[in-house]
Design a protein around this ligand. Sequence first.
Ligand SMILES: [Zn+2]
Length: 278
Amino acid sequence: MEPGRTFIPGIPPPQENSKPAWWFAFQGNKLLVEPNGSTAVIPFVTDFKKFGLPLTRRHFLGDLDGNPCYALELAEGLSLPKDLTLEGLRQVYGRLDEDLFWLAARAIQIVDWDRTHQFCSRCGAPTIQRETERSKECPKCGQVHFPRLAPAVIVLVERGNQLLMARSRHFAPGMFSVLAGFVEPGETLEEAVAREVKEESGILLKDIRYFGSQPWPFPHSLMIGFTAKYAGGEITLEDSELEEAGWYTIDNLPPQPGKISIARKLIDSFVERQKVVK
Ligand SMILES: [Zn+2]
């Protein structure tokens, strides 16, 4: 959140609807926005019905500075008013106000959870939305279904004035990043960091420290960032998901992920610290 701006999450929608609201409306993974020159705007009106767009789901998210925020799913195959378009979340990053971008990231995960948890995964009965909690209950077997979050660790590995960067097979051509991977059941975050880096690159770590975290709504990860120091080993990519890895100084960094990502924040923090050393 920008300083001075406050988001208060909520679940039961307000009784009274006279205030303008932020409407985060999705069709599939695409967000409804109003393009405005090089920027994009989230619809901010009292009643979404004015657009005449049929909905399949609607969830209250909370209040941003006293204005309600809603996550919506639009019906398939509708025709949009000419001043509105549908765009992927990655495409609108940097063009939307940052607070609204992260609320959109929250909204798409709620819509996706609602869409994929209509039936109990244990017994198949239709689920019932709880009114005061973001969960769905199965009336038949009692199973409770919460929004799914997949924790993933991401780590900046340092060796003196160098950092470890690698290319995954599914990256855009030429792009390198720091290493990341999903946490497995039973692991601590630090264990996941050490295992992932050893498996992927053959490198051993010490001094694993928390850096920060970031929701990553593609589709429902939570990225937990760490820094760590090199403790031994040589880069080996056998049985690895990586196609290339190496040690880089800040003078010869390869192309990196965009500023949306915590990967970039980790790399930028290393660059800043190295500049101070110089
Ligand atoms: Zn059930």
